[in-house]
Each structure stands twice: as C-alpha cells, then as structure tokens.
Design a binder for this molecule. Structure first.
Ligand code: NDP
Length: 240
C-alpha cells in the first residue's frame, strides 16, 4: 500500500537500503539527509526516491520538513528514525559539544519527529515507528558514553511511547543493529575490525539489507501486535 514513509538519514548507508526496500513494498518514501548533497542527488537519480534536507536535531527544521512532506505526499504513516552520528572519545577527551551533538542527533531527533507525526497518526489510527538503536546502546562501548547513552535512551523511549500508541494502532519498535558494513564501520582500523568480526557468531559483519528486512517486517500493515520491542539484528553478537 502506498503509505507515506519518512526515513531519516535515508539517502546513504543503512538508511538508503531501508528507503529502497520500503519503496519495493509499495510505500511512498521520502529520505532525509543532513547536508551531503552529492549523496542525495546520486540516490534520487538512482532510485527515484526524493530527498529532503533538514537537521533532525532541530525541532523547527523538523516541523517545516514534516509540513512539507504532508503537503506534497500526505501525512507520514511510517517513520524510521535512522539518522545518527558518532563523536567518540573517552571521558577525559569528550567535551560537552560532543555529548550534546550525539544526544540531539540520535535521541532528540526521535522526540522531534515522533512528536510531529503523532497527531496525524493518532487521528488516522495507524502509525508504524521504528527507531534505530544500537548494540552499543545495549552493551555499552569504550569511548562512547554519548552514543551508548543516546542509543540506550532510544530503547527506553520506544517502550514508553509504545504504551501511548497502542490504543491508536501506532506501533513503536526499535532495531538494535550490530556492526554493519557501512562507512561508519569501515572507518574502524582493520585490526580492530578483525577482532570485532571474531566476536560475531555468524562470522561476518551485518549488511544493510539485514536491517532493512527488520524494518519492513515491523512496518507491515499487519504487524500491529508487535510494539515496544527491540529487535536485535547482530549475528548473535549480543543476546539481550
Ligand atoms: P551513515 O553515517 O552511513 O549515515 C548517516 C545518515 O544520517 C546520513 O544520511 C546523514 O546525512 C544522516 N544524518 C546525520 N546527522 C544528521 C542530522 N543532524 N540531521 C539529519 N540527518 C543526519 O550511518 P549508518 O548507515 O552507518 O547508520 C545508520 C543508523 O544505524 C545510525 O543511527 C547508526 O547509529 C545506526 N547503527 C549503525 C551501525 C553500523 O554498524 N553502521 C551499528 C549500529 C547502529 P548526510 O549524508 O547528509 O550527512
């Protein structure tokens, strides 16, 4: 069904594959991005999926973007909060800006966009929200107090909002990916990456398609009984 879907950070990395798979399912997809014009242009050319630029951490920008999408395509019925950043550093090196940037982009964005789509979803008695968390929000990670806190926060946010959405047929779920083969992970030094792969029982990094499959499952029209859950997609690396 041509339900309107917004995938934040949906023009590259994991988000790009999520956007494409949702489109394959007949959804009307809009992908958002922060500023990488080249990636956005190439993505739209390749897939036909329109991109919209705004900062997910900024409430007013989110408000304008949600209104624009509603005007062009109709109210958002499927929201995938995928945009995320890392600003790693040990406590000694982490400054307040690194903390704020990661919390605002990864967690503040979930508040901003859920808040802005909530009224329409409630009125329609239909909504599917998927927040992309992380294995590092479940297990913690050295040098990532900001990212682990934001992602862990997403998991709590999801469970609380799911309780509010239940009577409106709005499901709210999270996916906690393990290490997925994207630019974010390719930046990890090869020797460290080798050690990471050695800890994954299935013996490989995740693929963006592994995560997109979970998103399609959770956003299906008939997935109404699955809410407040965190789906771990991590090759068995962390069983939580
Ligand atoms: P990428 O770094 O490849 O892509 C990040 C996306 O988010 C880009 O589209 C980027 O836009 C967008 N973005 C970043 N900041 C903002 C902002 N302030 N406003 C709007 N958009 C923004 O990330 P991945 O594909 O690797 O990760 C996707 C999600 O999965 C993230 O939430 C990440 O934390 C999570 N995750 C990833 C894992 C991995 O192994 N890769 C593991 C576990 C979780 P632009 O291109 O314009 O900068």
């Amino acid at each position: 069904m041509a339900r309107v879907a917004l995938v934040t950070g949906g023009q590259r990395g994991i988000g790009a594959t999520i956007s494409e798979r949702l489109k394959d399912q007949g959804r009307t997809v809009v992908a958002s991005y922060a500023g990488n014009e080249e990636a956005a242009r190439a993505f739209t050319e390749r897939t036909g999926i329109p991109c919209i630029r705004f900062d997910v951490g900024d409430f007013e920008q989110c408000k304008a973007a949600v209104a624009e999408i509603k005007e062009k395509y109709g109210p958002i019925e499927i929201l995938v909060n995928n945009a995320g950043i890392t600003r790693d550093g040990t406590m000694k090196r982490m400054d307040r800006k690194m903390w704020d940037d990661v919390i605002d982009t990864n967690l503040g964005s979930c508040f901003n966009l859920c808040k802005l789509v909530w009224e329409d979803m409630s009125a329609k008695k239909f909504g599917r929200i998927v927040n992309i968390g992380s294995i590092n929000g479940q297990a913690g990670q050295y040098g990532q107090v900001n990212y682990a806190a934001a992602k862990s926060g997403i998991h709590g946010f999801t469970k609380a909002l799911a309780q509010e959405g239940a009577r409106f047929n709005i499901t709210v779920n999270a996916i906690a990916p393990g290490y997925v083969d994207t630019e974010m992970v390719r930046a990890v030094p090869p020797d460290v990456l080798e050690k990471i792969i050695a800890r994954i029982p299935v013996g490989r990094l995740g693929r963006a398609d592994d995560i997109a499959r979970g998103v399609c499952f959770l956003t299906a029209d008939d997935a109404e009984f699955i809410t407040g859950s965190t789906m771990s997609i991590n090759g068995g690396q962390h069983m939580y």
